[in-house]
Design a protein around this ligand. Structure first.
Ligand code: SF4
Ligand code: SF4
Length: 167
């Protein structure tokens, strides 16, 4: 009797498994055309970082260094500077004069994004970072900072030359 029960149980399991197989065979094939077509990324994909601006076009980063402290790869380098009445870059007291991420070391863990108190840093969807020259994998703020929206007075930034007129 025990053998009959085992046989029925095995037959039931096989039938269930084959049902899934045949069901999948009737579904349309999902084929990624990348790199000939765009890659299909999930909304929460963690790609190259983006440094965000607020609704006034000011940089959200206030140079608090919490992202650098949270980074397990020690790949974020920040130099802070004070905002002034003449030159305001961020909404806080300080702004990041230099903000570099070394993508030779970044493991895209997202800890920096979680640590940021102002939502200044997030992951974008860019991912084609491969390079034969590792020095090009140190991304500077200029490369990651989002452009001001139309009508915003945000400043373009060059950490060598300083801020320049908005976009
Ligand atoms: S994603 Fe992770 S490893 Fe990369 S910069 Fe952020 S905290 Fe560091
Ligand atoms: S990105 Fe966020 S956590 Fe990092 S220094 Fe700027 S404000 Fe602080």
């Amino acid at each position: 009797m025990a053998n009959l029960t085992e046989i029925f149980s095995a037959a039931k399991t096989i039938t269930k498994g084959m049902g899934i197989t045949f069901g999948e065979m009737l579904q349309p094939a999902l084929t990624e055309a990348y790199p000939d077509g765009p890659a299909q990324l999930q909304e929460r994909y963690r790609g190259t970082h983006v440094l965000k601006r607020d609704e006034n076009g000011l940089e959200k980063c206030v140079a608090c260094f919490l992202c650098a402290a949270a980074c397990p790869s020690d790949c974020i380098y920040i130099e802070a500077a004070e905002n002034s009445d003449k030159l305001r870059i961020s909404g806080g007291e300080r702004y990041a004069k230099v903000y570099n991420i070394d993508y030779n070391r970044c493991i895209f863990c997202g800890y920096c994004v979680e640590a940021c108190p102002t939502d200044a840093i997030t992951h974008g969807h860019a991912f084609e970072n491969a390079s034969y020259d590792t020095s090009t994998l140190i991304y500077r703020k200029e490369k990651m900072l989002e452009a001001p929206a139309a009508g915003q007075a945000g400043l373009a930034y060059d950490s060598q030359a300083g801020p320049s007129a908005g976009h």
